[in-house]
Write a protein that binds this ligand. Structure first.
Ligand SMILES: C[S@@+](CC[C@H](N)C(=O)[O-])C[C@H]1O[C@@H](n2cnc3c(N)ncnc32)[C@H](O)[C@@H]1O
Length: 333
């Protein structure tokens, strides 16, 4: 009773209810929340503290940034915490969608997201030509590509979708094993380079097109291999990206995520538009559950030498446990 009552008391204030509703839409930093609610940082911090103490929101620090999100029952540490996280979702559902102050918060949230997206788009526009070199700065590329091929196993695919395809490198290395390959990216500059690379490689059955990975232009269960290579750490909502990738995944399909393990290289935020400093296995496992996926295998490629700013690259192969990998050749891999 006490836990539920203190959660209700914490939520029973207009700004805090708005704050819960906004965090139900997106994971945000304090400075972003300050912009969305149009309130001073000390005020916002006080609201956040009360909501976090009541268990209605989760707080996590990553390097110099602190993120807040609506409490997630899947991450709750005990039965009380599960109950409060479920209560948070119920309270958010009761916020009227046409409430003027909530609508204004949503407009400002949209603005914050657009600003961020524009910054990232400007970065990719400016760096498209250099992208293959930049990627190699932090990744043991050949090792990563070998590990990717090893994780997806042998066999061919009917439909490969590479999300956030950039210069199309993943299509280049896996495309010849797919009857059809599609790369999706927001950046026209990246896509220009991807088209040239696919032409050069003679992969005419692989195409790239402009699209948003949060609303993929593919039917449900239409792809048997989906890849997301070095994209998640740029996103403000990696969980939704994984859910959307899971939506288009065929029952026996595989989703391969390649990104960084948790790290401390804060300058990647300032200089390279990274939002998240890597991901834990636990985080990926939790996000995989929403579209009904399991982490079937994970690999972590540690840098050979420390101190040269190379990062540990993690690979997670997701699928539905117990459902055999189905390839177009009918072979189980
Ligand atoms: C770091 S690059 C990775 C490109 C490629 N996967 C690789 O590893 O070389 C990230 C890519 O994600 C794209 N991207 C970011 N947000 C996106 C979104 N919402 N929808 C589609 N693409 C997005 C960027 O335009 C960029 O090309």
């Amino acid at each position: 009773m006490d836990t539920v009552l203190s959660a209700l008391r914490a939520a029973a204030e207009p700004s805090r209810l708005r704050l819960l509703a906004v965090l139900g839409q997106s994971e945000l930093t304090v400075s972003e929340i300050t912009m969305v609610l149009a309130q001073s940082q000390p005020r916002v911090s006080r609201h956040l503290k009360l909501l976090a103490e009541a268990g209605l929101i989760d707080r996590f620090r990553e390097g110099a940034w602190v993120f807040y999100r609506l409490a997630d029952p899947a991450r709750a540490r005990d039965a009380d915490a599960v109950r409060v996280a479920e209560l948070a979702a119920v309270l958010v559902a009761f916020v009227p969608g046409d409430d003027p102050s909530y609508l204004q918060d949503l407009r400002r949230l949209d603005h914050v997201r657009q600003q961020r997206a524009q910054q990232a788009a400007a970065y990719f526009k400016a760096n498209a030509k250099d992208w293959d070199r930049i990627r190699a700065l932090h990744l043991p590329e050949a090792d990563v590509e070998t590990a990717m091929l090893e994780l997806i196993g042998p066999g061919d695919f009917d439909h490969l979708v590479d999300i956030g395809t950039g210069t199309g490198r993943v299509l280049e290395i896996i495309g010849q094993r797919a009857a059809r390959g599609d790369g999706i990216d927001l950046s026209q500059d990246m896509l220009l380079l991807a088209r040239a690379a696919l032409d050069k490689a003679g992969l005419s059955h692989c195409q790239v097109r402009r699209g948003d990975l949060f609303a993929l232009p593919f039917d449900e269960q239409s792809a048997d291999l989906v890849t997301v290579h070095q994209v998640l750490h740029y996103l403000d909502d990696p969980a939704t990206a994984i859910r959307e990738a899971g939506r288009i995944l065929a029952p026996g399909g595989r989703l391969l995520i390649v990104d960084f393990a948790p790290h401390q290289l804060e300058f990647l935020r300032e200089e390279h538009q990274h939002r998240r400093l890597g991901f834990t296995d636990d985080e990926i496992e939790t996000w995989a559950r929403a579209p009904g996926l399991d982490v079937l295998r994970a690999r972590h490629l540690k840098p050979e030498h420390t101190g040269n700013q190379k990062l540990t690259v993690s690979l997670w192969l997701l699928g539905r446990a117990g459902v055999a990998n189905r390839s177009s050749s009918g072979r189980a891999a």
